[in-house]
Design a protein around this ligand. Structure first.
Ligand code: PEP
Ligand code: MG
Length: 585
């Protein structure tokens, strides 16, 4: 039966593929195709892992102390039985043979199928055996990882042309985990939770594949291997579509591929409006290697490098100064003399560090994480870490044009402390005889307090960058990651537009460069309005550069300015923009 699951559209286009359900705890399981000629070897790898785990469990059983509770021995029996059960081992082999999944992927695919069956069992005792099954699979996965490491030649991900396309379905995926899937086998995503500008959605968008988040029941309603259409424009996932619906979507998919190819031709066209204004189109990146896509998309620099992604998903350790320096230098060198704006770490809220203690995490979840120890607040509370990052950024500035961007400033005291930390970092580099170049320093304007008192901040900075994602969240008191209030997260709200307009006009009047690096910059629905409000610099995911450029090339700023003023004065700016600029889609 075909069903539809509705959510929040976050990344445009249509993806059609078979569902791969991934539990949040297993996102780092390797997903790649093996060559059909290697299936026997892969099944052998699985068999060896099973034998190794059987040996582990038998040893545990043999070595049980005489006074160990009887349940422990019985539990190990259950684990051994599950390990050899045909529904696990036989079916996992089928995933390898029929679908050419690598062993780890096949195993987690089968676990999802069996876990669903356990969830549906009436008998509570049997239902609880799901946890045992998960433990057995964890052991198998660990054993496979060990055998992988020991192997002389790691299997190479094969070109998956000819295989069924795949879409990822998960309850939730942390932003840093999302990076595991970059450049991988998935052609679309659906998650149960998340809002339009949650960081998970932002990373999905940066991969430029259709995605829907906040589709609340998706991971319950969609089954492993179901055919799913992800409509990233409407925010809907169609499960097991009828042939006629499928054909309709295939048509739309072809149309959007053609449109994409057409837009790509604008890559090297300078972004100049009809009345001759040059507009700076910059890229947002998460990792140094993303700089390549920024250049390929025709961006003229990086307007936001979210450095916190270097700090996440790495257990207890943080990147040291040299590791950070290498990462920043990598991006700077890759951009070949174009500017790279490195934002100091914005940890906290939906981007926690692994090393945060259980207490801190509990605390964060119980209270208001987005209002907590985040971004510059956390950096200033860890002065050693902060200076280390500043030194690493400064050192990278010896290799190209670097700008430092400070997230979430709200107090002038934070500005003073940041500038002091920067001066100290420079002094330390001088003492160590290390080279660095000139850097500009800028502030993210993303807390209403900073936008309202923008004139007090401007004298201390070379530039400012509007973080509209957080500015909307904090102005409207709407958690950007919470799908239950996603419908109230309104970038068109007059209060939001006034703060944006004020920041742009005051920055320009003070002779400071001003950019937008929140998701609004990459949304074509806002291009004309932002141009009319005086914005000349936009920073967005590389994939969005071409469609924003297209809007810029058709814009006449002289005509847009009075219309933007009228939109701002309206009680219903979205409606006004629609009728005055024809831009809301
Ligand atoms: C923003 O808040 O708009 C922004 C660009 O920063 P982030 O999305 O990383 O919070
Ligand atoms: Mg922000």
């Amino acid at each position: 039966m075909s069903i539809q699951v509705f959510g929040v559209p976050v990344s445009r286009g249509v993806a059609i593929g078979r569902a791969v359900l991934v539990a949040s705890s297993r996102v780092d399981v390797a997903h790649y195709y093996i060559s059909p000629v290697d299936t026997d070897a892969e099944i052998d790898r699985l068999r060896q892992a099973r034998d190794a785990v059987a040996e582990e469990l038998s040893t545990l059983q043999r070595e049980l102390p005489a006074d160990a509770p009887a349940e422990l021995g019985a539990l190990l029996d259950v684990h051994l039985m599950l390990l050899h059960d045909e529904s696990l081992s036989g079916a996992t082999k089928t995933w390898i043979l029929d679908r050419h999944y690598n062993a780890e992927w096949a195993l987690s695919a089968q676990l999802e199928v069996l876990a669903r069956q356990f969830d549906e069992m009436e008998d509570p005792y049997l239902r609880e055996r799901k946890a045992d099954l998960e433990q057995v699979v964890e052991r198998l996965l660990k054993s496979l990882t060990r055998s992988q490491r020991g192997a002389t030649a790691a299997p190479s991900p094969r070109d998956f042309a000819g295989e069924d396309p795949l879409v990822l379905v998960a309850s939730d995926i942390a932003p840093a985990d999302m990076l595991h899937f970059k450049g991988g086998v998935f052609t679309g995503f659906v998650t149960d939770v998340g809002g339009r500008t949650s960081h998970t959605a932002i990373v999905a968008r940066s991969m430029d594949i259709p995605a829907v988040v906040g589709a609340r029941e998706a991971s319950r309603l969609i089954r492993q291997d179901d055919w799913v259409i992800i409509d990233g424009d409407a925010g809907v996932a169609v499960v097991n579509p009828s042939p006629i619906v499928l054909e309709e979507y295939r048509f739309r998919q072809r149309q959007s591929e053609l449109e994409r190819a057409r837009l790509n031709r604008l890559r090297h066209t300078p972004a100049v409006t009809l009345d001759g204004e040059s507009i700076e189109l910059l890229a947002n990146i998460e990792l140094p290697e993303d700089a390549r896509s920024a250049l390929a998309a025709g961006a003229v620099g990086v307007g936001l490098f979210r450095s916190e992604f270097l700090f996440m998903n790495r257990g207890d350790s943080l990147p040291d100064e040299d590791e950070q320096f290498e990462a920043y230098r990598g991006a700077v060198v890759a951009m070949q003399g174009l500017p790279v704006t490195i934002r100091t770490v914005d940890i906290g809220a939906d981007k926690p560090l692994d090393r945060m203690s259980a207490h801190e995490l509990r605390h964060e979840h119980a209270l208001n994480p987005a209002l907590g120890l985040r971004a510059i607040r956390w950096s200033l509370s860890e002065p050693g870490m902060f200076r280390q990052q500043l030194r690493a950024i400064l050192r990278a500035s010896a290799y190209g044009k670097v700008r430092i961007l400070v997230p979430m400033v709200a107090h002038l005291r934070e500005v003073q402390m940041t500038l002091e930390a920067l001066a100290r970092a420079r002094q330390q580099l001088d003492e160590a005889g290390r080279a660095y170049g000139p850097v500009e320093i800028g502030a993210m304007i993303e807390i209403p307090a900073a936008a309202i008192s923008i004139d007090r901040f401007l004298p201390h900075f070379d530039f400012v960058s509007l973080g509209t994602n957080d500015l909307i969240q904090y102005t409207l008191a709407i958690d950007r990651a919470d799908e239950s209030v996603a419908h109230l997260y309104d970038p068109w709200h007059p209060a939001v537009l006034h703060l944006i307009a004020k920041t742009i006009s005051h920055a320009r009047a003070a002779g400071r460069a001003v950019s937008v690096c929140g998701e609004m910059a990459g949304d074509p629905a806002f291009t004309e309005l932002l141009l009319g409000l005086g914005l000349r610099s936009f920073s967005m995911h590389p994939a969005q550069v071409a469609s924003i450029k297209q809007r810029v090339l058709r814009a006449d700023i002289g005509r847009l300015e009075p219309r933007a003023a009228a939109v701002l004065a309206s009680d219903d700016p979205a409606q006004a923009a629609q009728s005055l600029m024809g831009q809301v889609q």
